[in-house]
Design a protein around this ligand. Structure first.
Ligand code: ADP
Length: 472
Protein backbone atom coordinates (compact mmCIF):
# COMPACT_ATOMS: atom_id res chain seq x y z
CA UNK A 1 0.00 0.00 0.00
CA UNK A 2 1.30 3.47 -0.83
CA UNK A 3 2.36 5.72 2.04
CA UNK A 4 -0.31 8.28 1.11
CA UNK A 5 -3.05 5.62 1.32
CA UNK A 6 -1.63 4.24 4.57
CA UNK A 7 -1.76 7.70 6.16
CA UNK A 8 -5.28 8.36 4.89
CA UNK A 9 -6.40 4.97 6.12
CA UNK A 10 -4.89 5.48 9.58
CA UNK A 11 -6.38 8.97 9.97
CA UNK A 12 -9.86 7.80 8.94
CA UNK A 13 -9.56 4.82 11.27
CA UNK A 14 -8.55 7.04 14.18
CA UNK A 15 -11.45 9.44 13.56
CA UNK A 16 -13.98 6.63 13.20
CA UNK A 17 -12.77 4.92 16.37
CA UNK A 18 -12.86 8.21 18.28
CA UNK A 19 -16.39 8.96 16.97
CA UNK A 20 -17.61 5.53 18.02
CA UNK A 21 -15.90 5.79 21.39
CA UNK A 22 -17.21 9.31 21.86
CA UNK A 23 -20.78 8.35 21.07
CA UNK A 24 -20.62 5.29 23.32
CA UNK A 25 -19.26 7.37 26.18
CA UNK A 26 -21.65 10.24 25.55
CA UNK A 27 -24.65 7.92 25.44
CA UNK A 28 -23.55 6.46 28.75
CA UNK A 29 -23.25 9.90 30.21
CA UNK A 30 -26.59 11.01 28.71
CA UNK A 31 -28.28 8.02 30.28
CA UNK A 32 -26.86 8.87 33.64
CA UNK A 33 -26.77 12.63 33.94
CA UNK A 34 -28.86 14.13 31.21
CA UNK A 35 -31.78 11.83 31.83
CA UNK A 36 -31.65 12.67 35.50
CA UNK A 37 -31.86 16.30 34.51
CA UNK A 38 -34.73 15.60 32.14
CA UNK A 39 -36.53 13.74 34.91
CA UNK A 40 -36.26 16.82 37.11
CA UNK A 41 -37.54 19.02 34.32
CA UNK A 42 -40.44 16.61 33.75
CA UNK A 43 -41.30 16.82 37.46
CA UNK A 44 -41.26 20.57 37.31
CA UNK A 45 -43.57 20.59 34.30
CA UNK A 46 -45.99 18.30 36.09
CA UNK A 47 -45.97 20.74 39.05
CA UNK A 48 -46.81 23.63 36.75
CA UNK A 49 -49.59 21.70 34.99
CA UNK A 50 -50.99 20.58 38.35
CA UNK A 51 -51.20 24.20 39.48
CA UNK A 52 -52.85 25.42 36.30
CA UNK A 53 -55.39 22.62 35.95
CA UNK A 54 -56.31 22.76 39.63
CA UNK A 55 -56.94 26.53 39.38
CA UNK A 56 -59.01 25.94 36.23
CA UNK A 57 -61.21 23.43 38.04
CA UNK A 58 -61.54 25.53 41.19
CA UNK A 59 -62.66 28.66 39.29
CA UNK A 60 -65.08 26.81 37.05
CA UNK A 61 -66.17 23.96 39.35
CA UNK A 62 -65.92 21.49 36.42
CA UNK A 63 -63.63 20.45 33.50
CA UNK A 64 -65.91 22.02 30.85
CA UNK A 65 -63.96 23.57 27.94
CA UNK A 66 -60.67 22.26 29.29
CA UNK A 67 -59.53 21.02 25.80
CA UNK A 68 -58.62 24.49 24.59
CA UNK A 69 -56.57 25.14 27.74
CA UNK A 70 -54.95 21.78 27.35
CA UNK A 71 -53.90 22.30 23.73
CA UNK A 72 -52.65 25.83 24.42
CA UNK A 73 -50.71 24.58 27.44
CA UNK A 74 -49.19 21.73 25.50
CA UNK A 75 -47.95 23.97 22.70
CA UNK A 76 -46.65 26.58 25.15
CA UNK A 77 -45.05 23.84 27.28
CA UNK A 78 -43.22 22.59 24.20
CA UNK A 79 -41.87 26.04 23.47
CA UNK A 80 -40.81 26.66 27.04
CA UNK A 81 -39.22 23.26 27.38
CA UNK A 82 -37.34 23.95 24.17
CA UNK A 83 -36.14 27.32 25.39
CA UNK A 84 -35.12 25.84 28.72
CA UNK A 85 -32.85 23.30 27.19
CA UNK A 86 -31.96 25.07 23.98
CA UNK A 87 -30.11 28.27 23.26
CA UNK A 88 -32.21 30.65 25.34
CA UNK A 89 -34.86 33.28 24.69
CA UNK A 90 -32.90 35.38 22.21
CA UNK A 91 -30.77 32.62 20.77
CA UNK A 92 -31.38 30.69 17.57
CA UNK A 93 -34.48 28.43 17.51
CA UNK A 94 -34.09 25.52 19.85
CA UNK A 95 -34.12 21.93 18.61
CA UNK A 96 -37.43 21.24 20.35
CA UNK A 97 -39.29 24.52 19.81
CA UNK A 98 -42.74 23.98 18.36
CA UNK A 99 -42.89 20.32 19.41
CA UNK A 100 -46.20 20.10 21.30
CA UNK A 101 -46.37 18.30 24.61
CA UNK A 102 -48.63 15.21 24.69
CA UNK A 103 -50.79 15.91 27.67
CA UNK A 104 -53.81 13.97 28.96
CA UNK A 105 -56.43 14.89 31.57
CA UNK A 106 -58.01 11.92 33.34
CA UNK A 107 -61.10 11.73 35.51
CA UNK A 108 -60.63 10.51 39.15
CA UNK A 109 -61.55 7.06 37.79
CA UNK A 110 -58.75 7.15 35.20
CA UNK A 111 -60.85 7.85 32.05
CA UNK A 112 -59.30 10.27 29.53
CA UNK A 113 -61.42 13.48 29.59
CA UNK A 114 -59.22 15.62 27.42
CA UNK A 115 -56.12 15.04 25.30
CA UNK A 116 -53.70 17.50 23.59
CA UNK A 117 -53.67 15.24 20.51
CA UNK A 118 -57.40 14.37 20.85
CA UNK A 119 -56.82 10.71 20.10
CA UNK A 120 -57.27 8.87 23.40
CA UNK A 121 -60.50 10.45 24.81
CA UNK A 122 -62.63 7.90 26.65
CA UNK A 123 -59.75 5.49 27.12
CA UNK A 124 -59.50 3.97 30.62
CA UNK A 125 -56.03 4.25 32.12
CA UNK A 126 -54.77 2.80 35.38
CA UNK A 127 -52.86 5.63 37.10
CA UNK A 128 -50.63 3.18 39.03
CA UNK A 129 -48.82 2.09 35.84
CA UNK A 130 -47.69 5.67 34.97
CA UNK A 131 -45.43 6.53 37.88
CA UNK A 132 -43.15 9.54 37.27
CA UNK A 133 -45.39 10.95 34.47
CA UNK A 134 -48.71 11.22 36.22
CA UNK A 135 -49.87 13.70 38.84
CA UNK A 136 -53.18 13.53 40.84
CA UNK A 137 -55.25 16.72 41.17
CA UNK A 138 -57.23 17.63 44.34
CA UNK A 139 -59.74 20.38 45.16
CA UNK A 140 -59.57 22.56 48.33
CA UNK A 141 -61.36 19.85 50.36
CA UNK A 142 -58.78 17.24 49.36
CA UNK A 143 -61.21 15.45 47.03
CA UNK A 144 -59.52 13.91 43.97
CA UNK A 145 -60.71 15.75 40.84
CA UNK A 146 -58.58 13.90 38.28
CA UNK A 147 -55.10 13.27 36.97
CA UNK A 148 -52.77 14.85 34.44
CA UNK A 149 -50.59 12.53 32.44
CA UNK A 150 -47.56 13.28 30.22
CA UNK A 151 -47.71 10.93 27.24
CA UNK A 152 -44.63 8.76 26.61
CA UNK A 153 -43.62 7.15 23.34
CA UNK A 154 -44.24 3.41 23.59
CA UNK A 155 -40.87 2.58 21.93
CA UNK A 156 -38.51 4.82 23.90
CA UNK A 157 -40.35 5.48 27.13
CA UNK A 158 -39.70 9.24 26.78
CA UNK A 159 -42.11 12.07 26.14
CA UNK A 160 -42.15 13.49 22.62
CA UNK A 161 -40.11 16.49 23.80
CA UNK A 162 -37.54 14.31 25.46
CA UNK A 163 -37.35 12.10 22.36
CA UNK A 164 -36.83 15.11 20.19
CA UNK A 165 -34.08 16.36 22.50
CA UNK A 166 -32.28 13.02 22.51
CA UNK A 167 -32.56 12.84 18.73
CA UNK A 168 -30.94 16.26 18.45
CA UNK A 169 -28.07 15.20 20.75
CA UNK A 170 -27.64 12.09 18.65
CA UNK A 171 -27.59 14.09 15.46
CA UNK A 172 -25.09 16.56 16.91
CA UNK A 173 -22.73 13.68 17.77
CA UNK A 174 -22.90 12.24 14.26
CA UNK A 175 -22.68 15.61 12.53
CA UNK A 176 -19.60 16.58 14.56
CA UNK A 177 -18.14 13.10 13.91
CA UNK A 178 -18.76 13.59 10.18
CA UNK A 179 -17.15 17.04 10.21
CA UNK A 180 -14.18 15.65 12.14
CA UNK A 181 -13.89 12.87 9.54
CA UNK A 182 -13.83 15.34 6.65
CA UNK A 183 -11.27 17.52 8.46
CA UNK A 184 -9.16 14.44 9.24
CA UNK A 185 -9.22 13.37 5.58
CA UNK A 186 -8.15 16.85 4.49
CA UNK A 187 -5.36 17.01 7.10
CA UNK A 188 -4.17 13.51 6.21
CA UNK A 189 -4.09 14.50 2.53
CA UNK A 190 -2.08 17.62 3.34
CA UNK A 191 0.36 15.72 5.56
CA UNK A 192 0.73 12.82 3.17
CA UNK A 193 1.31 15.12 0.21
CA UNK A 194 3.87 17.02 2.30
CA UNK A 195 5.58 13.75 3.21
CA UNK A 196 5.43 11.94 -0.08
CA UNK A 197 6.44 14.81 -2.38
CA UNK A 198 10.03 14.99 -1.02
CA UNK A 199 10.18 11.19 -0.91
CA UNK A 200 9.17 11.08 -4.58
CA UNK A 201 11.94 13.56 -5.35
CA UNK A 202 14.42 11.36 -3.49
CA UNK A 203 13.20 8.27 -5.33
CA UNK A 204 13.59 10.00 -8.69
CA UNK A 205 17.10 11.09 -7.76
CA UNK A 206 18.13 7.58 -6.64
CA UNK A 207 16.64 6.12 -9.83
CA UNK A 208 18.71 8.63 -11.80
CA UNK A 209 21.78 7.47 -9.87
CA UNK A 210 21.01 3.84 -10.61
CA UNK A 211 21.00 4.72 -14.30
CA UNK A 212 24.38 6.42 -13.98
CA UNK A 213 23.21 10.04 -13.87
CA UNK A 214 25.55 11.31 -11.15
CA UNK A 215 24.39 14.90 -11.43
CA UNK A 216 21.03 14.31 -9.67
CA UNK A 217 20.54 16.24 -6.42
CA UNK A 218 17.39 16.90 -4.36
CA UNK A 219 16.18 20.34 -3.33
CA UNK A 220 14.53 19.76 0.05
CA UNK A 221 15.02 22.34 2.74
CA UNK A 222 12.76 21.07 5.53
CA UNK A 223 14.20 20.85 9.03
CA UNK A 224 12.86 17.37 9.72
CA UNK A 225 14.15 13.83 9.18
CA UNK A 226 13.34 13.98 5.47
CA UNK A 227 15.40 17.18 5.15
CA UNK A 228 18.27 15.38 6.94
CA UNK A 229 17.86 12.40 4.59
CA UNK A 230 17.96 14.71 1.56
CA UNK A 231 21.09 16.39 2.92
CA UNK A 232 22.80 13.02 3.46
CA UNK A 233 21.69 11.93 0.00
CA UNK A 234 23.20 15.05 -1.59
CA UNK A 235 26.45 14.55 0.35
CA UNK A 236 26.55 10.90 -0.70
CA UNK A 237 25.85 11.98 -4.28
CA UNK A 238 28.72 14.50 -4.19
CA UNK A 239 31.06 11.87 -2.85
CA UNK A 240 29.95 9.22 -5.36
CA UNK A 241 30.25 11.66 -8.23
CA UNK A 242 33.72 12.57 -7.05
CA UNK A 243 34.70 8.90 -6.68
CA UNK A 244 33.35 8.13 -10.12
CA UNK A 245 35.40 10.99 -11.54
CA UNK A 246 38.48 9.72 -9.68
CA UNK A 247 37.89 6.20 -11.01
CA UNK A 248 37.58 7.42 -14.59
CA UNK A 249 40.57 9.72 -14.22
CA UNK A 250 42.62 6.96 -12.65
CA UNK A 251 42.19 4.64 -15.60
CA UNK A 252 42.97 7.46 -18.04
CA UNK A 253 45.95 8.55 -15.93
CA UNK A 254 47.41 5.05 -15.59
CA UNK A 255 47.07 4.52 -19.34
CA UNK A 256 48.67 7.90 -19.95
CA UNK A 257 51.54 7.33 -17.52
CA UNK A 258 52.32 3.88 -18.96
CA UNK A 259 52.11 4.94 -22.57
CA UNK A 260 55.29 7.07 -22.54
CA UNK A 261 57.70 4.52 -21.00
CA UNK A 262 56.18 1.74 -23.12
CA UNK A 263 56.62 3.92 -26.20
CA UNK A 264 60.28 4.51 -25.33
CA UNK A 265 60.88 0.80 -24.66
CA UNK A 266 59.12 -0.28 -27.82
CA UNK A 267 60.86 2.29 -30.02
CA UNK A 268 64.30 1.38 -28.71
CA UNK A 269 63.73 -2.39 -28.87
CA UNK A 270 62.33 -2.14 -32.40
CA UNK A 271 65.27 -0.11 -33.60
CA UNK A 272 67.66 -2.64 -32.04
CA UNK A 273 65.80 -5.62 -33.48
CA UNK A 274 64.76 -4.37 -36.87
CA UNK A 275 67.33 -1.78 -37.78
CA UNK A 276 70.21 -3.68 -36.13
CA UNK A 277 71.21 -0.75 -33.86
CA UNK A 278 73.70 -2.14 -31.33
CA UNK A 279 72.44 -2.16 -27.69
CA UNK A 280 75.03 0.03 -25.98
CA UNK A 281 75.30 0.47 -22.23
CA UNK A 282 73.80 3.96 -22.19
CA UNK A 283 70.77 2.83 -24.12
CA UNK A 284 70.23 -0.22 -21.96
CA UNK A 285 70.51 1.93 -18.83
CA UNK A 286 67.78 4.24 -20.19
CA UNK A 287 65.53 1.31 -20.90
CA UNK A 288 66.23 -0.10 -17.47
CA UNK A 289 65.35 3.27 -15.91
CA UNK A 290 62.02 3.22 -17.70
CA UNK A 291 61.17 -0.27 -16.44
CA UNK A 292 62.20 0.74 -12.92
CA UNK A 293 59.98 3.79 -13.16
CA UNK A 294 57.03 1.70 -14.37
CA UNK A 295 57.53 -0.89 -11.66
CA UNK A 296 57.75 1.94 -9.12
CA UNK A 297 54.50 3.45 -10.33
CA UNK A 298 52.64 0.15 -10.29
CA UNK A 299 54.00 -0.50 -6.81
CA UNK A 300 52.93 2.96 -5.61
CA UNK A 301 49.44 2.51 -7.05
CA UNK A 302 49.09 -0.83 -5.35
CA UNK A 303 50.19 0.62 -2.00
CA UNK A 304 47.80 3.57 -2.31
CA UNK A 305 44.91 1.17 -3.02
CA UNK A 306 45.91 -0.99 -0.04
CA UNK A 307 46.16 2.07 2.20
CA UNK A 308 42.77 3.35 1.03
CA UNK A 309 41.22 -0.03 1.75
CA UNK A 310 42.88 0.00 5.21
CA UNK A 311 44.87 -3.11 4.30
CA UNK A 312 48.39 -1.72 4.03
CA UNK A 313 50.64 -3.94 6.14
CA UNK A 314 52.62 -1.87 8.69
CA UNK A 315 55.74 -3.12 10.45
CA UNK A 316 55.89 -0.86 13.44
CA UNK A 317 58.92 -0.60 15.67
CA UNK A 318 60.47 1.88 18.04
CA UNK A 319 62.12 4.48 15.86
CA UNK A 320 64.37 7.48 16.48
CA UNK A 321 62.51 9.96 14.28
CA UNK A 322 65.29 12.57 14.52
CA UNK A 323 67.77 10.10 12.98
CA UNK A 324 65.20 9.13 10.34
CA UNK A 325 64.75 12.78 9.26
CA UNK A 326 68.52 13.26 9.18
CA UNK A 327 68.87 10.14 7.01
CA UNK A 328 66.33 11.46 4.52
CA UNK A 329 68.03 14.87 4.41
CA UNK A 330 71.28 13.02 3.70
CA UNK A 331 69.65 11.29 0.68
CA UNK A 332 69.04 14.73 -0.85
CA UNK A 333 72.46 16.19 0.01
CA UNK A 334 73.53 16.41 -3.64
CA UNK A 335 70.38 18.35 -4.72
CA UNK A 336 70.58 20.57 -1.64
CA UNK A 337 74.17 21.42 -2.43
CA UNK A 338 73.43 21.97 -6.09
CA UNK A 339 70.56 24.40 -5.39
CA UNK A 340 72.29 25.89 -2.35
CA UNK A 341 69.18 25.21 -0.26
CA UNK A 342 69.71 25.30 3.47
CA UNK A 343 67.85 22.90 5.75
CA UNK A 344 66.74 23.93 9.25
CA UNK A 345 65.86 21.12 11.61
CA UNK A 346 63.89 21.83 14.77
CA UNK A 347 62.98 18.46 16.24
CA UNK A 348 61.98 17.89 19.85
CA UNK A 349 64.03 15.44 21.90
CA UNK A 350 60.81 13.56 22.67
CA UNK A 351 60.81 12.18 19.10
CA UNK A 352 63.73 9.84 19.66
CA UNK A 353 61.55 6.88 20.56
CA UNK A 354 58.28 6.60 18.68
CA UNK A 355 56.41 3.59 17.39
CA UNK A 356 55.88 3.60 13.61
CA UNK A 357 56.73 1.79 10.40
CA UNK A 358 60.15 3.33 9.56
CA UNK A 359 60.06 2.39 5.84
CA UNK A 360 56.65 3.97 5.26
CA UNK A 361 57.39 7.12 7.24
CA UNK A 362 60.77 7.44 5.52
CA UNK A 363 58.89 7.33 2.19
CA UNK A 364 56.54 10.07 3.42
CA UNK A 365 59.49 12.23 4.43
CA UNK A 366 61.27 11.54 1.15
CA UNK A 367 58.18 12.64 -0.80
CA UNK A 368 57.60 15.80 1.26
CA UNK A 369 61.23 16.90 1.51
CA UNK A 370 61.83 15.90 -2.15
CA UNK A 371 58.89 18.08 -3.26
CA UNK A 372 60.12 20.92 -1.04
CA UNK A 373 63.55 20.80 -2.70
CA UNK A 374 62.01 20.48 -6.17
CA UNK A 375 59.79 23.53 -5.79
CA UNK A 376 62.17 25.73 -3.80
CA UNK A 377 64.33 28.02 -5.95
CA UNK A 378 68.10 28.27 -5.51
CA UNK A 379 69.27 29.69 -2.16
CA UNK A 380 65.94 28.86 -0.56
CA UNK A 381 65.29 27.36 2.84
CA UNK A 382 63.54 24.19 3.98
CA UNK A 383 62.44 24.01 7.58
CA UNK A 384 61.52 20.72 9.23
CA UNK A 385 59.94 20.90 12.68
CA UNK A 386 58.71 18.10 14.87
CA UNK A 387 57.26 17.94 18.36
CA UNK A 388 54.80 16.16 20.53
CA UNK A 389 51.43 17.81 21.12
CA UNK A 390 49.19 15.96 23.54
CA UNK A 391 48.62 12.44 22.34
CA UNK A 392 50.13 12.89 18.87
CA UNK A 393 53.28 13.99 17.13
CA UNK A 394 53.29 16.76 14.58
CA UNK A 395 55.91 17.06 11.86
CA UNK A 396 55.90 19.85 9.30
CA UNK A 397 57.97 20.53 6.22
CA UNK A 398 58.01 24.12 5.07
CA UNK A 399 59.68 25.47 1.95
CA UNK A 400 60.23 28.88 0.42
CA UNK A 401 58.88 27.88 -3.00
CA UNK A 402 55.93 29.39 -4.89
CA UNK A 403 53.33 27.82 -2.62
CA UNK A 404 50.17 26.13 -3.87
CA UNK A 405 47.35 27.77 -5.82
CA UNK A 406 44.18 27.77 -3.62
CA UNK A 407 42.29 25.98 -6.44
CA UNK A 408 44.76 23.09 -6.27
CA UNK A 409 44.71 22.65 -2.49
CA UNK A 410 41.66 20.33 -2.31
CA UNK A 411 43.04 17.95 -4.98
CA UNK A 412 46.74 17.90 -4.10
CA UNK A 413 46.62 14.49 -2.46
CA UNK A 414 44.75 12.80 -5.30
CA UNK A 415 46.52 10.26 -7.49
CA UNK A 416 48.26 11.78 -10.52
CA UNK A 417 47.30 15.29 -9.56
CA UNK A 418 49.76 17.87 -10.78
CA UNK A 419 48.99 21.55 -10.50
CA UNK A 420 51.11 22.29 -13.53
CA UNK A 421 49.44 20.01 -16.07
CA UNK A 422 52.00 20.86 -18.74
CA UNK A 423 54.94 19.71 -16.62
CA UNK A 424 56.54 16.67 -18.17
CA UNK A 425 57.07 13.49 -16.20
CA UNK A 426 60.82 13.86 -16.49
CA UNK A 427 60.76 17.27 -14.79
CA UNK A 428 58.55 16.22 -11.93
CA UNK A 429 57.40 13.00 -10.35
CA UNK A 430 54.50 10.76 -11.23
CA UNK A 431 51.95 12.80 -9.36
CA UNK A 432 51.66 9.99 -6.84
CA UNK A 433 54.05 11.32 -4.19
CA UNK A 434 51.45 13.13 -2.06
CA UNK A 435 48.85 10.40 -2.56
CA UNK A 436 51.40 7.90 -1.21
CA UNK A 437 52.26 10.20 1.71
CA UNK A 438 48.56 10.56 2.56
CA UNK A 439 47.94 6.81 2.31
CA UNK A 440 50.89 5.93 4.57
CA UNK A 441 50.11 8.60 7.17
CA UNK A 442 46.46 7.56 7.28
CA UNK A 443 47.52 3.92 7.62
CA UNK A 444 49.18 5.08 10.86
CA UNK A 445 45.86 6.59 11.96
CA UNK A 446 47.12 10.10 11.22
CA UNK A 447 46.34 12.96 8.84
CA UNK A 448 48.20 15.17 6.41
CA UNK A 449 47.47 18.74 5.47
CA UNK A 450 48.85 21.22 2.95
CA UNK A 451 48.73 24.99 3.43
CA UNK A 452 50.36 28.10 2.17
CA UNK A 453 52.57 29.70 4.77
CA UNK A 454 51.57 33.33 5.46
CA UNK A 455 55.18 34.38 4.79
CA UNK A 456 55.31 32.48 1.49
CA UNK A 457 56.03 28.95 0.44
CA UNK A 458 54.04 25.88 1.31
CA UNK A 459 53.86 23.91 4.53
CA UNK A 460 52.91 20.25 4.76
CA UNK A 461 51.94 18.99 8.21
CA UNK A 462 51.50 15.41 9.31
CA UNK A 463 49.88 14.42 12.56
CA UNK A 464 50.28 10.87 13.83
CA UNK A 465 48.73 9.60 17.07
CA UNK A 466 51.18 8.19 19.60
CA UNK A 467 50.38 4.62 20.44
CA UNK A 468 51.03 4.56 24.20
CA UNK A 469 53.17 6.06 26.91
CA UNK A 470 55.98 3.77 25.72
CA UNK A 471 56.11 5.84 22.57
CA UNK A 472 58.04 8.66 24.19
P1 ADP B 1 54.72 15.05 -8.18
O1 ADP B 1 55.35 13.75 -8.16
O2 ADP B 1 54.18 15.50 -9.49
O3 ADP B 1 55.44 16.09 -7.42
P2 ADP B 1 53.07 14.98 -5.88
O4 ADP B 1 51.90 14.14 -5.55
O5 ADP B 1 54.25 14.87 -5.03
O6 ADP B 1 53.38 14.73 -7.38
O7 ADP B 1 52.56 16.46 -5.88
C1 ADP B 1 51.40 16.80 -6.55
C2 ADP B 1 51.39 18.25 -6.96
O8 ADP B 1 51.40 19.06 -5.79
C3 ADP B 1 52.66 18.64 -7.66
O9 ADP B 1 52.52 18.43 -9.05
C4 ADP B 1 52.77 20.08 -7.35
O10 ADP B 1 52.03 20.83 -8.26
C5 ADP B 1 52.14 20.23 -6.01
N1 ADP B 1 53.16 20.31 -4.93
C6 ADP B 1 53.62 19.31 -4.16
N2 ADP B 1 54.53 19.74 -3.26
C7 ADP B 1 54.63 21.07 -3.47
C8 ADP B 1 55.41 22.11 -2.86
N3 ADP B 1 56.26 21.86 -1.87
N4 ADP B 1 55.26 23.35 -3.33
C9 ADP B 1 54.41 23.63 -4.35
N5 ADP B 1 53.63 22.70 -4.96
C10 ADP B 1 53.74 21.45 -4.53
Amino acid sequence: MKLQKKLLFSFVLIVLLSAILFSLLSYGSIDKNLLQYMGAVRENRLNQYEQLFRNYYLTRGSWDGVESLLQGMAAEGGRRWGRGIGMGRNGPPSFTSGTPEELLLLSPEGVVIADSTSSRIGEKISPDTYKGQIRPLYDEKGERIGFILLGLSPQSGYTRLENSFLKSVNEAVWISGGIALVIAILISLLISVGLTRPLKKLTQATQGFAKGDWSKRVKIKSNDEIGALALSFNRMADRLEQLEKVRKNLIADVAHELRTPLFILRGNLESMLMKGDPPNEERLALLHDETVRMAHMVNDLQNISLAEAGKLPLHKEKVNLISLVQKVVQIFSAQLEEKKISIHLDLGEELTFVSLDPKRIEQVLVNLIGNGIRYTPNDGVIEITGRREGERMIISVRDTGPGIAPDDLPYLFERFYRSDKGRSRTEGGTGLGLAIAKGYVEAHGGSIQAENHPEGGSIFTIRIPLESDNDL
